[in-house]
Write a protein that binds this ligand. Sequence first.
Ligand code: ATP
Ligand code: MG
Length: 425
Amino acid sequence: MAKQIQAIRGMNDCLPEDTAKWQQVERALRQVVAAYGYSEIRTPIVENTDLFKRSIGEVTDIVEKEMYTFDDRNSESLTLRPEGTASCVRAGNQHGLLYNQEQRLWYMGPMFRYERPQKGRYRQFHQFGCEVFGLNGPDIDAELIMLTARLWNVFGIRDKVKLQLNSLGSNEARANYRAKLVEYLQLHQDKLDEDSKRRMLSNPLRVLDSKDPAVQQILQDAPTLLEYLDDESREHLDGLCLLLDGAGIEYEINHRLVRGLDYYNRTVFEWVTTSLGAQGTVCAGGRYDGLVEQLGGRATPAVGFAMGIERLILLLDTLGQLHHSDSQADLYILGSGEYTDVVANALAEKIRDGLPKLRVMNHRGGGNFKKQFKRADKSGAQIALIVGEDEITNDQVTLKYLRTGAEQVTISQDQLLEHLSEYFV
Ligand code: ATP
Ligand code: MG
């Protein structure tokens, strides 16, 4: 036998038994963003490498070691998108959607990061996200957080996720803080891991994001950003807290929350769960008022979030919140005898014309009644519609109720649509 080719490590197939779950989740996501008046944007999966370097930042996990970067045939450096925000800003600038306008956008699709695959962490994964442009107040930050809170409600996991909040302040506040942080870290250099030592010099705030327990220990007593916050950013944060209080949304202020990307300022937030082990961040976002200008547009305030769909589905599955049926059909049409296949074929199309929402499956591949009923059962259909020679002679069909034990009935073909539409209300 020829050697089988396997999928790329960390890139998963979504098999039919799983797609039902994905569709359930995607439907809910679409419904909630629609309820807030957001519009979908779709951008290419591949972009110029510079786009991500300039937005996410050179000294970040993503750009340093996680990007899928390759040369196109014309030697241009391209990258499979590791996240969605940079592409949204690029598209917004390119098509003049941002300056002096308000945009409430959402997207959903695959992202790519070369990470060590493990539960909740993959090389191709999917994000759902929202990006809002042209609004600079805390009210829109609150709206995005409320939107995500609504999602948790819809999914029945509101009490399983916790909101963490922080403010990164203005550029100036961050610069002041950075100096103090470096002073502190230098005192404890010997206990820092290699990554943190390097970052202490190149991008010290990133040290706060370290997952090394020893580093986290040292950070316990580090100066916090909140002490250096500028007045405007403090007011912004207070305003946001007031709105969240009013909406009944609980939060915890986490001074060390900085997020893994460079473009954030002021508000940053994460929704975390303790039900998924190490990969606890389900949704993360914040304000990035400088990014549009940084990518060549005119200064435009912006805020957004992204959530990992795999992690969300894992969480929902773990908590038993995904209720889906694996039935493929409502009605299964079978028959035996001369000319019955022709009649069954035509009848199925007539039913699909009249009842477009009904899922109708024709038996294919022949075989005796026993085999056909087995297939009907496996399809999950409620009703088997039987076309036999007697039925054809009398312009009738027989309906057998597969799940209820109700008596089977033979009715005229003229009554069929009405009968089915009453049954499947
Ligand atoms: P982490 O700290 O877990 O690496 P991150 O800070 O890199 O997350 P973001 O870039 O903020 O994550 O992406 C937003 C969300 O996308 C994350 O909260 C997570 O749910 C999801 N996500 C990120 N990377 C992966 C991945 N490799 N596989 C699956 N989901 C991911
Ligand atoms: Mg990461």
